[in-house]
Design a protein around this ligand. Structure first.
Ligand SMILES: O=C(O)[C@@H]1CCCCN1
Ligand code: NA
Length: 736
């Protein structure tokens, strides 16, 4: 039942990494001892896997091979398309630099504390999300289910983006790259011309909207299925499904490679990007906060949800991964490390995107200046404009952008009444940056644009899309596991069947996103299913710990676990600051959502540009339903509890623990003594429930109720040795 991969290579690496990390360990452990423990642990796991109920060597949960592996797993889950695809597009949508400030602030006062909270609670209670929240308070187990629904919605469209990447990957094996120039068509007679829609926009934009998405003009115009995308989505789901069933094993070396690979690729793009003409303008734009935009609650809401999305808060994955830690693991350090890595990855990717945007805006303004200078010269020649208006030092025939802007201003002030008849364009770089490509395609368009500037472009293109797929799949596995594990635990179905069923259902539902209007649904899901519900879930998690469980008690627990007391700041953050901030945000954004008509960005084929359209009524209904579906498990579970439909009977799989406000008072009769192995010592705990009165000082570790005992849960772990070198699991190959 439980396979423990034990390759000599792996073991050696584990040791190496352990050595590397050992100075971080608070408790000075003899290496020898640690190795012993590890062996014992593996042995234990195998024994239990065989169904051997030998309580002498019983360990409830498998553990991570080493700290580095665990950190890489957390980073692999949290760093994903969110950093490379979502963050840049959110940034552009919300005024560039104006978005960075709220994002960073919210990361500090909400993101890091809550990430720490999820890490600590998983490590303390040692269960997946449903188990954790049920343990805190059975009325809250709906939170765990809401996490599953959110994971499902996110997984649906997340895989579509992986599908897009697969499409681009396949298109990358040609030279010149298909998005490097406009396609040519013959216009009936013998002349060959370039496609108008492409000339009006740009080859990369055209490739995105027309060749890839073949997008319709509005969300109401479905346009049928886009077969190319259907196939790519199918490929993406097949990969996910196979990897989730089997878990392709790979050596530790591959894992280190696959987590460093994205940074190498990004770095190359960055170096190239910064050398592009106009890159600095793009960066300036990125780092200049437009303070006015910060009064807009949307910016704050989108910053908050991006923080949650990026860190995976409210997905359940973080809790699941940390539940495989030993109790003395320094989860505070982990929280800081992983959130900072995540933050800098987003910033890094966005730097590249803005360099490219600067470059594009620059070349567009250059073109604009050239055209308008010609027009000026023509007007002067025709006598409709006096030559005296041109300042002395300006030589129009070689005018730069600033020269032209100067002349434009002069002409505009002098010829105020009939200025419009002159048909002059201001050609401002900022305008060009403001209206630069937006929306879900931003990353695709920006990176492909950059690539056309590279020597050996197909090589870079292949590298880039492999990286994107690699990043996306890692997070996708964690997200899917967020549904599969709890479902399999609860409903006791075979994992293989459920995984296949789940992927099939998800693929079929995903067909919504591969219609010609599919992109609009992607942004709808991205805007509504992964935002408000996430905020609500995270608020409730925060309140559950800060108020129901008790912030002080939780801090005591952490002190008990990691041996040092977290700063008092966390008390205030958990108790007041973050719940208050999030509630304010929630209220403001709900109010704002009700007051304004929600819009989406559509591509207009004839104008060859993006325009904002209001959602049709049915679209609004769908948006509302997405939010309602995602959060409805919370009230439903509470209601079922109130009506006593969902009981505490052991074995129901729903309530693993007895409960009295905040404290586990009664254990199901068939629990077994748990043993805490720690640094080579075995701490057998007796089960007289002594921790009932003082749970904070007990060294309690996960106890199994019947519903969990011998349950297949270990088998259903986000199987760490995730394909393509993702190691997202404990050494012995599983997690919840
Ligand atoms: O930012 C991302 O791409 C992932 C999505 C899943 C949850 C964690 N973060
Ligand atoms: Na990832």
């Amino acid at each position: 039942m439980l396979k423990v991969p034990k390759s000599p290579v792996r073991e050696k690496e584990t040791q190496e990494a352990t050595e590397l990390l050992s100075d971080e360990d608070d408790n000075e452990i003899e290496e020898e001892e640690e190795k012993e423990t590890k062996k014992a642990l593996e042995l234990v796991v195998v024994e239990e896997g065989k169904g051997d109920d030998n309580s002498e060597c019983e360990e409830d949960r498998p553990a991570w091979g080493n700290k580095l592996q665990y950190i890489l797993a957390q980073v692999g889950f949290s760093v994903g398309l969110g950093n490379i695809w979502r963050f840049p597009y959110m940034c552009q949508k919300n005024g560039g630099g104006a978005y960075l400030l709220p994002y960073f602030l919210l990361l500090l006062i909400v993101g890091i504390p809550l990430f720490f909270l999820e890490l600590a609670i998983g490590q303390h209670i040692r269960r997946g999300s449903i188990g954790v929240w049920t343990y805190i308070n059975p009325w809250l187990s709906g939170l765990g289910y809401a996490c599953c629904v959110i994971c499902f919605f996110v997984g649906l469209y997340y895989n579509v983006i992986i599908g897009w990447s697969i499409f681009y990957l396949f298109q990358s094996f040609q030279f010149p790259l298909p998005w490097s120039q406009c396609p040519q068509v013959s216009n009936g007679s013998s002349t060959i011309i370039e496609v108008q829609e492409c000339v009006q926009s740009s080859p990369t934009i055209y490739f995105w909207f027309r060749e890839t998405l073949d997008i319709s003009d509005s969300i109401s115009d479905g346009g049928g299925l886009n077969w190319k995308m259907v196939l790519c989505l199918l490929a993406a789901w097949v990969i996910v499904g196979l990897a989730m069933i089997k878990g392709i094993q790979s050596s530790g070396k591959v894992m280190y490679f696959s987590s460093l690979f994205p940074y190498v690729v990004l770095f190359c793009f960055f170096v190239k990007g910064i050398l592009l003409e106009g890159a600095v303008d793009g960066l300036q734009y990125m780092f200049t906060p437009k303070l006015s935009i910060m009064l807009d609650p949307t910016v704050w809401r989108e910053a908050a949800t991006q923080v949650f999305f990026a860190l995976g808060l409210g997905f359940g994955g973080v809790i699941a991964f940390s539940s495989y830690n030993s109790k003395d693991n320094d989860c505070h350090f982990d929280a800081l490390l992983v959130s900072l890595i995540n933050f800098f990855t987003s910033i890094f990717a966005t730097l590249v995107v803005f360099c490219v945007m600067g470059f594009k805006a620059n070349s567009l303004t250059e073109r604009c200046v050239k055209e308008n200078v010609e027009r000026l010269l023509y007007l002067i020649e025709m006598g409709s404009l006096s030559h005296d208006l041109v300042p002395q030092h300006v030589n129009l025939s070689v005018a730069s952008r600033t020269d032209y802007n100067l002349v434009y201003d002069v002409v505009k002030s002098v010829r105020d009444e009939d200025f419009d008849t002159l048909h002059l364009n201001p050609c401002l770089l900022e305008d060009e940056l403001d209206k630069a490509m937006q929306g879900t395609g931003l990353a695709f368009i920006a990176f492909t644009e950059a690539m056309t500037q590279f020597p050996a472009s197909p090589f870079w293109s292949v590298l880039f899309f492999l990286m994107l797929i690699n990043l996306g799949l890692g997070s996708m596995f964690g997200t899917m596991e967020g549904i599969i594990t709890p479902a399999v635990d609860t409903f006791k179905i075979r994992k293989e069947f459920f995984t296949v069923g789940m992927c099939t259902v998800a693929f079929l539902s995903g067909l919504l996103f591969v219609q010609h209007s599919g992109n609009y649904f992607v942004s709808m899901f991205d805007d509504y299913s992964a935002t408000l519900p996430l905020i609500i879930v995270v608020i409730l998690e925060n309140i559950a710990i800060g108020w129901i469980y008790g912030a002080n008690r939780f801090i005591d627990d952490i002190e008990e676990m990691i041996g040092k007391r977290p700063s008092k700041i966390y008390y205030y953050l958990w108790k007041y600051i973050s719940p208050l901030t999030m509630t304010l945000l929630l209220v403001a954004s709900v109010a704002q959502m009700c007051l304004s008509t929600p819009t989406y960005t559509a591509w207009n084929r004839t104008l060859a540009m993006e325009i904002d359209l209001p959602y049709p009524t049915w679209g609004l209904v769908v948006c509302g339903l997405l939010i309602i579906f995602a959060i409805c498990p919370i009230p439903i579970v509470a209601l079922l509890r109130a009506l006593k439909i969902m009981g505490n009977e052991p074995g129901s799989g729903l309530v693993p623990l007895g409960y009295e406000p905040g404290i586990a008072t009664q254990e199901p009769a068939h629990h077994r003594p748990s043993i805490l192995r720690r640094n080579g010592y075995t701490l057998a705990e007796d089960d007289d429930g002594s921790e009932q009165t003082s749970p904070s000082v007990s060294r309690r570790i996960y106890r199994e109720s019947e519903s969990d005992a011998g349950s297949p849960s270990f088998e259903f772990a986000p199987n760490g040795l995730y394909g393509l070198g993702y190691s997202l699991a404990p050494e012995d190959d599983r997690a919840v």
